[in-house]
Design a protein around this ligand. Structure first.
Ligand code: IPM
Ligand code: MN
Length: 349
């Protein structure tokens, strides 16, 4: 029996997680032993516990086999000091989810590469960070600062794993940084090419972040493993989601040093469309595909879910954001999309 912690979060989180639960219930029917535990993170956790990441949640995380998260954030907490996003930043930092893999995959277009994003360090967490007042030209003036900081051990760990992952793929890896300007990037680049010496059969290359935003879109076929830091990974994954059609399509997996995994779609909480039953659940459903493979070792069932999702899409069914992407488009709600996937998932092979 594997215990999965479900954290629907805010905005569209609960409605897309509902689709995931639907499929998990079918998995249980198929005989997979899953126990679901529910808890709160982000804005909803602020409402209930007055904290975006509670101690209760921290302790729970250490006692489960894996975590499935919807998304966090919303205007409702704009005036709160503790923001919903802190819940996400805390779960990543406190449980040391240092690596985040975001597959950019679209079988319709023959697109298949992964973005590996460093997730528990860099400018998101570096200290000092703050906002305060300083006298500038005799005028009290707000100033704010963040620190991009990486140590050698964090970089080595991530780069070694990335090279190892590339061995099971096309043996091609690209580091993206800003080493023409930033010290942190210079260190990443130096370590990357040093470690490369131990992986002579892996074809490596390097791009500057600015240029990479063009290359990734224009020549996506040249990429297989794309490796980058926390903030560049955040930005590039949103950009690359356009290759697959919509930000709503991207899944992700994060892993910590105890091999605990965290699954979440790459999109935000989309408060403007929340509660309307129109959000795209594909990013979450594809995250479940990964969970079935990596946590449950159920390769066959994982594949079955993957094909069910793309079966529905290939028939033209999709949420509003896929209108211009699908041939023969037929608009369906979040719930209907989940039902359709479940329908094909339930069918005998
Ligand atoms: C993501 C999100 C988060 C991030 C936000 C919600 C804090 O954009 O997972 O990509 O910046 O990491
Ligand atoms: Mn993001």
């Amino acid at each position: 029996m594997k215990k999965i912690l479900i954290l629907p979060g805010d905005g569209i989180g609960p409605e897309i997680i509902k689709q995931v639960i639907k499929i998990i219930n079918t998995c249980i029917l198929f005989g997979i032993k899953i126990k679901l535990i529910y808890n709160y993170i982000g804005g909803i956790s602020i409402d209930i516990f007055n904290k975006s990441f509670s101690n209760n949640l921290f302790n729970l995380c250490k006692n489960v086999n894996s975590i499935f998260l919807g998304c966090v954030g919303g205007y409702k907490w704009d005036k709160n000091i503790d923001k919903p996003e802190n819940g996400l930043l805390n779960i990543r930092k406190k449980l040391n989810f240092f690596i985040n893999i975001r597959p950019i995959k679209c079988p319709f277009k023959n697109i298949d590469f992964i973005i590996i994003r460093e997730l528990s360090s860099g400018i998101y967490y570096g200290k000092p960070k703050g906002i305060s007042k300083q006298i500038v030209n005799n005028i009290p003036t707000w100033y704010s600062y963040d620190t991009e900081i990486y140590n050698e051990q964090e970089i080595i760990k991530l780069i070694r794993i990335s090279f190892n992952l590339s061995l099971n793929r096309k043996k091609k890896i690209c580091l993206i940084d800003k080493s023409n300007v930033l010290n942190t990037s210079k260190l990443w680049k130096k370590i990357f090419f040093y470690i490369n010496n131990f992986y002579k059969n892996v074809k490596s290359n390097h791009l500057y972040i600015d240029n990479s935003t063009i290359e990734l879109i224009k020549n996506y076929n040249n990429f297989d493993v794309v490796l980058t830091n926390n903030i560049f990974g955040d930005i590039l994954s949103d950009e690359c989601s356009l290759l697959t059609g919509s930000l709503g399509m991207l899944p992700s997996i994060s892993i910590n040093s105890n091999l605990l995994s965290l699954f979440e779609p790459c999109h935000g909480s989309a408060p403007k469309i929340a509660g309307k039953n129109i959000a795209n659940p594909v990013g979450s459903l594809l995250s479940l595909v990964m969970m079935l493979e990596y946590v449950f070792n159920e390769k066959k069932i994982s594949n079955k879910l993957y094909f069910s999702i793309y079966k529905v899409l290939s028939l033209g069914f999709g949420t509003f954001d896929m209108k211009n992407i699908l041939n023969n488009f037929k608009l369906v709600s979040t719930n209907e999309f989940g039902d359709l996937v479940n329908h094909f998932f339930l069918l005998n092979d």
